[in-house]
Ligand binder design. Structure first.
Ligand code: S3P
Length: 447
């Protein structure tokens, strides 16, 4: 057994993250790692553009490095200088990948966005990923892409690997997505850049809108909301990626749980389509303040300070808020486990098709820690109270692993989180950042 930072380990090895309950508050502040959704898009758009883009603040985690590697295989030239990434794009002329298959690792965003791009290329390609990604639903993108004329087939039962044949021409469509999903929306819009006419996407309610905000910065004019004109060309851009609110929330939630805490997270993305968790925190009684609010690279950013001010109260999460906090629901479940009363989450069936079945994984882990709860097909009721220590399975899901780790800070005894190496999917420096605030999280690799 050796101590290691929480990053991917050799095959056959795993990382156990042990979290010791605290008897003093967390203090300090930091800029969280770059936004994952925006980093994927910045890398892809820069690779499609003419000229050299300068990208700062990017997240370099397992997921975004999968995208970057694929972009290089498709002809983009990547250089690192002064903490920035310089990507010389292909001016829309991607090259056929040398390897037979592009490996998207654990990343749904990488696979679904690149499937849109590759559907419009004059060469064959295959997209594959790890066991989790290759079990996630892909019909949701395959169906609209086929409507556009793409020759894309899932090799599994509606699942990746995705085999994409050289395009014989795509036609723009008006697509009413049945799911509010930024991955579906962005996939179809990116394919639309290679289609004839206009492609437009509507969705049951607005999902994160980074693609729509970013394309104009890369020179693409949207003819109307959520639409693109086929043949639009991308131009290189200077782009600064804000801190990831989906990573910042772990330190904020920890400060809301541990008495005596006060933390500040700087330069955090505050896009309204991503802020649902902050609204919940406030409704649960947390005292948080946003300062230095400004716009950068077409995204609102600001600093968030949270000071502990007592036990949180349970809430009913409004169904309309679920898309704005889809990735933060596991953490909300962890907070609910200590809150006063019953927290109710519904309209969240999408959680079952994320990196894991997040409703099932969180329910099982919370039960192990002695939490009373009731799972239902599209949500969960959690009766907050005391949380015991114990060993929980994160099922290889980065967000579940970090949510259990935060809960461990206030558990009755140590919490051990299994498969913690997957935290590197989105937040490689998680335990180091938390420990600098005063937490005690130790990662140990096991064979
Ligand atoms: C993402 C969209 C969301 C989110 C994922 C990142 C994106 O997925 O859960 O972590 O970058 O577009 P869906 O679009 O499937 O809801």
């Amino acid at each position: 057994m050796h101590k290691v930072p929480v990053h991917k380990v050799l095959p056959g090895h795993t990382v156990i993250l042990t979290v010791t309950p605290l008897d003093a508050g967390l203090h300090g502040g930091f800029r969280p790692p770059g936004d994952k959704s925006i980093s994927h898009r910045a890398m892809i758009f820069a690779s499609l553009a003419a000229g050299c883009s300068q990208l700062s603040g990017l997240l370099e985690s397992e997921d975004t490095l999968a995208t970057l590697h694929a972009c290089e295989q498709l002809g983009a030239v990547v250089e690192r200088r002064d903490g920035k990434l310089f990507i010389t794009g292909t001016a829309g002329k991607l090259q056929p990948p040398a390897g037979a298959t592009l490996d998207m690792g654990n990343s749904g965003t990488a696979m679904r966005l690149l499937a849109g791009v590759l559907s419009g290329q004059p060469f064959d390609s295959t997209l594959s990923g790890d066991a989790s990604l290759n079990s996630r639903p892909m019909r949701r993108i395959v169906a609209p892409l086929q409507l556009m004329g793409a020759r894309i087939e899932p090799r599994g039962e509606g699942t990746a690997p995705l085999v994409i044949r050289a395009s014989t021409g795509l036609t723009g469509i008006e697509y009413a997505s049945p799911v509010a999903s930024a991955q579906i929306k962005s996939c179809v819009l990116l394919a639309g850049l290679y289609a004839s006419g206009v492609t437009r996407v509507t969705e049951p309610c607005l999902s994160r809108d980074h693609t729509e905000r970013m394309l104009p910065l890369f020179g693409v004019k949207l003819p109307a909301a959520c639409s693109v004109t086929g043949g639009s060309k991308l131009k290189a851009a200077i782009f600064d990626v804000p801190g990831d609110i989906s990573s910042a929330v772990f330190a904020l939630a920890a400060a809301a749980l541990v008495p005596g805490s006060e933390v500040t997270l700087r330069h955090v993305g505050l896009n309204p389509t991503r802020k649902g968790f902050l609204d919940c925190l406030q409704e649960m009684g947390a005292e948080l303040q946003v300062s230095a609010a400004r716009d950068q690279s077409a995204e609102p950013v600001g600093d968030i300070r949270l000071r502990f001010n007592g036990r949180l109260r349970a809430i009913d999460v409004p169904a309309s808020r679920v898309p704005d906090m889809i990735d933060e629901l596991p953490l909300l479940m962890a907070l609910a486990a200590t809150a006063d009363g019953v927290t109710r989450i519904r309209a969240a069936a999408e959680l079952r098709v994320k990196e894991s079945d997040r409703l099932a994984v969180m329910a099982a882990g919370l039960k192990t820690l002695g939490v009373e709860l009731q799972e239902c097909p599209d949500g969960i009721d959690i009766n907050g109270g005391r949380v015991a220590g114990g060993r929980v399975a994160s099922a290889g899901d980065h967000r579940c692993a970090m949510s259990f780790a935060v809960l461990g800070l206030v558990a009755g005894d140590a919490v051990q989180v299994e498969s913690a190496e997957y935290i590197a999917t989105s937040y490689p420096g998680f335990s180091e950042d938390m420990n600098r605030l005063g937490a005690d999280m130790q990662a140990v690799v096991q064979e």
